[in-house]
Design a binder for this molecule. Structure first.
Ligand SMILES: Cc1cc2nc3c(=O)[nH]c(=O)nc-3n(C[C@H](O)[C@H](O)[C@H](O)COP(=O)(O)O)c2cc1C
Length: 168
């Protein structure tokens, strides 16, 4: 699967709208992820309006690119959907990675912006959308067509020293 190797965090985008069909594919990829006991705790807020992207960019000093992106997806874990009340962050991370890989596959660029478990970032999003307590903001993905020179590309990270055969 080439996109596993070529996906990069893309933080600068063309002024080009992401097509609705592609947004649906990103969401489908997210919802296809594995989850503990198949609890699928995820919900997604799709953000495309400039004023809302501007507000979302205020999560942290490291999220400013959202204001210049045509699209962001906020991933939220819903406690009412959690059968285990456990592992929800792993479930959400799997959904996030699926979306990042699908974005690369569709010729888009994206970056994962960390929210949970940092309380002030979670509170920022909860207040922005008036989320009830049982909805847990997990992360934001900033998405768009990569600006020239910002495209996904392979970086070799394979390190045989990290591999331990049979024993450590
Ligand atoms: C949990 C998590 C939180 C992250 N938060 C941010 C962030 O707030 N801002 C940002 O620009 N990149 C963020 N990133 C992206 C990482 O900086 C990036 O994945 C890393 O530098 C490796 O680069 P690559 O994605 O191009 O392989 C985050 C990634 C993860 C997995």
């Amino acid at each position: 699967m080439d996109v596993i190797f070529t996906r990069r965090s893309v933080r600068r985008y063309k002024k080009q709208v992401v097509e609705q069909e592609k947004i649906e594919k990103l969401l489908k990829a997210g919802m296809q992820a594995p989850s503990a006991a198949n609890q699928q705790p995820w919900e997604f807020i799709v953000v495309q309006k400039q004023e809302n992207l501007d507000k979302l960019a205020g999560i942290s000093a490291y999220s400013k690119m959202v204001a210049d992106a045509p699209l962001a997806i906020v991933l939220v874990g819903n406690e009412d959907r959690m059968r285990l009340q456990l592992h929800w962050e792993q479930d959400m991370a799997a959904a996030t990675q699926n979306i990042l890989l699908e974005a690369a596959h569709l010729g888009l660029g994206a970056v994962w912006l960390g929210v949970a478990p940092i309380k002030e970032r979670m509170d920022y999003i909860s207040e922005l959308y008036g989320l009830k307590k049982r909805l847990k903001p997990f992360c934001v993905i900033s998405i768009g067509y990569p600006e020239e020179g910002q495209e996904n590309k392979f970086v070799d990270r394979y390190d045989p020293d990290r591999v331990h055969n049979e024993t450590y």
